[in-house]
Write a protein that binds this ligand. Structure first.
Ligand SMILES: [Zn+2]
Length: 404
């Protein structure tokens, strides 16, 4: 049994932070948590009194570092998984974008082939279908020509792959109602978004099972005091958990605060909506299938439409804490546990607790930096910009006692 202990940490458990605490990891699972003297182990990691929080789960992310889900190659997903791990992500859904039936099928089949742990990277939990069943009037960066009403001939084979966990659907399109009702049978969450549904239509859709909102505020009918729209419906209906892109560009910090106050931190899921250009140096890029202007604020189409964020999950959590004034103890579930719950994985992911997968981030909440990412007991990333941390890590590792 491979044993790892991470000690000298501020461990954020579901009941609150534990100081000078340690967690014991055996075969990828957290088997004990304590304070003070830790058990002897093969590998001993000194957390330098930094925070230990659950590994981030990014539900809504299209790509990064020049790769995306639509490339439909294992290499693209591996590149993404490895990039995300550097920012504390230990599992994610790979999101598609509105495309032809052929490309959508290829992307979903590729995800089906790669789903599971990815060497050196975050675990691929499945697919998030964003489009094509959306409203042309709320298309955002999606391609107009491929937006279409849902048809059984197309979506049943996609759902039958079993890897589609979430689908963004515009519920005001009559042909889409059947799909919304069908999702539950495939263990898939219909997500309301890229839509112009009015308040009543949105409420009806929520009653049909749309218990999540796609990047709340962005690409949905807005909130007016006499016409609350989809935005007003998802912010006030307790059945809905709201995704937020907390990059301060897609959503103003005041609106982040408004959303967290309206919903409570337990009904917010922070997502990056990062895409192919995320992580690249600013400039113009031609990726073949698409062109992008990458700026420090975000990723843009050639016509300057915002196409995605340059956000990473560590920054999302940090920005949300800054906007709301919430402490890490109150904020961390927005970056992990709530997403696990939305996926039905709350019994094994999203908490630092005995019996849970050892998905752990050593996080400096004052700077948003990641010191280390551990996914299912495997060290996925160590921050070499923290030399003191690294030195301690190597010393402790080489002196480690083996208790096999
Ligand atoms: Zn979108």
């Amino acid at each position: 049994v491979q044993k790892i202990v991470v000690h000298n940490g501020l461990v954020y458990t579901p009941t609150g932070p534990l100081e000078h605490a340690w967690i014991l990891i055996e075969d990828g699972v957290i088997t004990a948590i304590g304070q003070g003297q830790h058990p002897a182990c093969d590998t001993v990691i000194d957390a330098q009194q930094l925070a230990l929080i659950p590994g981030f789960i990014d539900l809504h992310v299209h790509g990064a570092a020049g790769c995306d889900t639509m490339q439909a190659t294992p290499q693209a997903l591996y590149t993404m998984a490895n990039y995300f791990a550097k920012f504390g992500v230990t599992s994610f859904l790979a999101a598609t974008i509105t495309e032809s039936a052929e490309l959508t099928r290829a992307a979903v089949q590729n995800i089906a082939a790669c789903v599971g742990p990815i060497p050196g990277g975050a675990r691929l939990l499945g697919a998030y279908l964003e489009g094509p069943y959306i409203n042309v009037q709320a298309k955002g960066a999606h391609t107009l020509e491929h937006i279409r009403p849902a048809s059984k001939e197309e979506y049943i084979p996609l759902l039958e792959t079993g890897v589609i966990k979430q689908i963004t659907i515009a519920p005001e399109i009559p042909e889409n109602i059947h799909l919304i009702k069908e999702c539950a049978a495939y263990n898939c969450m219909p997500v309301i978004g890229h839509c112009m549904a009015d308040y009543e239509q949105a409420h009806y859709a929520i009653a049909l099972g749309m218990h999540q909102a796609t990047h709340t505020f962005n690409a949905m009918s807005g909130m007016h005091h006499r016409a609350p729209g989809t935005t007003g419906a998802v912010l006030t209906n307790d059945a809905v958990t709201c995704e937020l892109i907390a990059d301060n560009v897609h959503v103003h910090p005041a609106m982040l605060k408004l959303a967290v106050r309206a919903k409570g931190a337990d009904k917010i899921v922070l997502v990056t909506d990062a895409e192919i250009g995320t992580g690249l140096t600013p400039g113009f890029y031609d990726f073949g299938r698409c062109q992008r202007h990458i700026e420090s604020s975000g990723v843009y189409l050639p016509n300057k439409t915002l196409a995605g964020s340059v956000l990473t999950m560590n920054k999302a959590l940090y920005n949300c804490m800054q906007a709301t004034g919430l402490s890490l103890a109150d904020a961390w579930p927005m970056s992990s546990y709530n997403a696990a719950r939305q996926l039905g994985l709350e019994h094994k992911k999203g908490k630092i607790a005995v019996g849970y997968d050892a998905d752990v981030v050593i996080f400096d909440a004052s700077t948003a930096s990641i010191a280390m990412t551990i996914g299912e007991g495997v060290i996925l990333y160590t921050n070499s910009d923290l030399p003191f941390f690294m030195k301690e890590f190597h010393e402790r590792t080489s002196n480690a006692t083996c208790s096999k």
